[in-house]
Ligand binder design. Structure first.
Ligand SMILES: [Zn+2]
Ligand SMILES: [Zn+2]
Length: 218
């Protein structure tokens, strides 16, 4: 059941995805998704193939063409950007403000304490709206760090992503985050048109835990 869903994390061939933007959009329309975010990596973030203002402009032009051709689908022009160990987000040519949505993600393995510390620093800058695959690169988890992270996420309103490619190992953190008032988002992290909207497990998890899923303004 994907009809009416939002899939806020999809890679196109502009980064490490295999599919063209129009194929992704056609698939989302056929699945009757409500909103998608084309969220590519741009150099120097991990997984980027390309960077530079011209590439980002060209990608935006393709997104705008699809918006005109498929007006019933909301298509967000998004980026997935590395949260670096010093808490800075990796730069993108032209800045992060140009995107409708920014996903900040850890792409380096870290223990729980360094994770929480880099995350808190990154959240202070107010540059991203979703924490991508929050535990995908966590080598350890301590509840004290989880509490620090969850409180900072709740204060900033940044959503915790339930990601289609990474299994959730530390469900205790989700309970903690829920109790702190955090919001959550759904993202398949699709790298191929066939996995667009693949969110069954995440939707069930959100519903069984009664998690508050962020709403995108149309
Ligand atoms: Zn990622
Ligand atoms: Zn991704």
């Amino acid at each position: 059941m994907t009809s009416g869903l939002e899939d806020l994390h999809i890679h196109s061939s502009y980064s490490d995805g295999a599919s063209e933007i129009e194929e992704i959009v056609q698939r989302a329309v056929s699945l009757k998704l409500k909103t998608i975010a084309i969220a590519d990596h741009f150099w120097p973030s991990m997984g980027s193939r390309k960077g530079g203002a011209n590439v980002i402009e060209q990608r935006r032009y393709e997104i705008e063409t699809c918006r005109n051709d498929y007006p019933d689908l909301t298509i967000l022009d998004a980026a997935e950007v590395d949260i670096q160990s010093n808490g800075e987000l990796a730069p993108v040519a032209g800045g992060l403000e140009q995107f409708d949505l920014v996903i900040g993600s850890f792409h380096w393995f870290t223990d729980s304490t360094r994770w929480a510390s880099a995350l808190v620093k990154a959240l202070r800058k107010n540059e991203f709206q979703i924490l991508g695959h929050w535990d995908g690169y966590l080598s350890s988890y301590r509840e004290e760090d989880g509490k620090i992270a969850a409180e900072a996420l709740a204060d900033s309103g940044v959503a915790i992503e339930l990601n289609g490619r990474y299994s959730v190992e530390h469900t205790g953190f989700l309970e903690l985050a829920k109790s702190c008032g955090c919001v959550f988002s759904l993202g398949s992290d699709s790298h191929d048109v066939n996995t667009v909207g693949s969110l069954n497990f995440q939707v069930k998890l959100a519903s069984s835990m009664d998690l508050n899923i962020m709403k995108i303004k149309q």
